[in-house]
Design a protein around this ligand. Structure first.
Ligand code: SF4
Ligand code: SF4
Length: 136
């Protein structure tokens, strides 16, 4: 079983396809939608897919066949640890709790796997330690 996050991009031709229904009924994948910005002309969705490797691979292939762009979200957020001063400003603005204070070392830890690429931490960071891979 794998549990990975993906960014899906829709166009006006496929925006009405129910991705969650397709994933569950056709591929036995459990989707978890983290964020969706969609209107009649298209949009984007960030979701996790939990399922077997082969099922997720097949689902991605299917989604791409109906022109839904699928991009694995890995290392979307990066932090330059040399710039980080562990001020904690990023902790409260992150909707997915990707930042956490280590109470033993007083360092702010970042779990990049939790990032949904919202961008909130960029402006919160006083030292500009955080960068985000932008949408292509
Ligand atoms: S971009 Fe958003 S989700 Fe990702 S770490 Fe920053 S605040 Fe959290
Ligand atoms: S806001 Fe920037 S400097 Fe402060 S803890 Fe977060 S990454 Fe480090």
């Amino acid at each position: 079983m794998i549990d990975r996050k993906y960014k899906l991009k829709f166009t006006d031709s496929n925006v009405h396809d129910s991705v969650s229904y397709i994933l569950v009924s056709k591929f036995n994948i459990k989707p978890n939608v983290h964020q969706a910005r969609i209107d009649g002309s298209g949009g984007r969705m960030i979701l996790s897919m939990v399922g077997s490797d082969s099922a997720v691979d097949a689902a991605i292939e299917y989604l791409r066949s109906i022109d839904i762009s699928v991009e694995l979200m890995e290392n979307f957020v990066k932090r330059d640890d040399r710039r980080c001063i562990d001020c904690g400003s990023c902790i409260s603005v992150c909707p997915t709790f990707a930042f956490e204070l280590n109470k033993k070392t007083w360092e702010v830890m970042l779990d990049t796997n939790k990032c949904i690429s919202c961008g909130s931490c960029l402006s919160a960071c006083p030292t500009h330690a955080i960068t985000l891979k932008m949408n292509p």
